[in-house]
Design a protein. Structure first.
Length: 187
């Protein structure tokens, strides 16, 4: 298990260095998008229309941040369940998306698309949204304000913490962790 300090946008070389279980600290820009925003992006791609931001090399964080308290740029910003975005993810990866951050398992189709398009899926710690928010320095609305907390936003982050779950080699940290602990014999 290694630690990687990466700057977004990501490229093939950066993604190729990552292995399931590695710790990642992202600095740069990360975009937010949840179910409704993914549906809209998928429809735009299906119609051959441009997305509201250049997706090539970018990272999407599956989050609907809470409103900011006075003196803060964002409220709690914990990850949401990634599987809800699975039906849209292969098309976004084909369009150039390089990283995703959320929580939970991904489908077989998404794992295959991660390998095909040389991308990475990372997990942020669920329940730690207030701590994660400390790494977010700026927030800018990008698209679909009507979606409220699910609108696409651009976050400027500094050492945003995540753990690689699915890498381009087909490894899965969730599966490996489960298998490791199933072999432990209890007294």
């Amino acid at each position: 298990m290694k630690e990687h300090y990466l700057t977004t946008p990501l490229n093939d070389e950066a993604v190729a260095a990552l292995r399931a279980g590695d710790r990642v600290y992202l600095t740069g820009y990360v975009y937010t998008a949840r179910d409704s925003a993914h549906q809209r992006m998928f429809e735009l791609l299906s119609e051959g229309k441009p997305l509201p931001f250049d997706i090539v090399g970018q990272v999407i964080y599956y989050v609907g941040p809470a409103p900011a308290k006075p003196g803060r740029v964002i409220g709690s910003a914990g990850p949401t369940t990634s599987g809800r975005m699975d039906k849209f993810t292969p098309a976004l990866l084909a369009a150039g998306l390089k990283g995703m951050i959320g929580k939970g398992l991904r489908s077989r189709e998404v794992k295959e698309a991660i390998k095909t398009y040389k991308a990475v899926y990372m997990a942020a710690v669920g329940g730690a949204g207030a701590l994660i928010a400390r790494s977010i320095r700026e927030v800018e609305l990008v698209a679909w304000e009507d979606l409220g907390t699910e609108a696409v936003r651009r976050l400027r982050v500094e050492n945003f913490p995540a753990i690689v779950v699915n890498d381009i080699y087909g490894a899965d940290a969730y599966e490996e962790g489960t298998a490791k602990y199933r072999t432990i014999e209890l007294p």
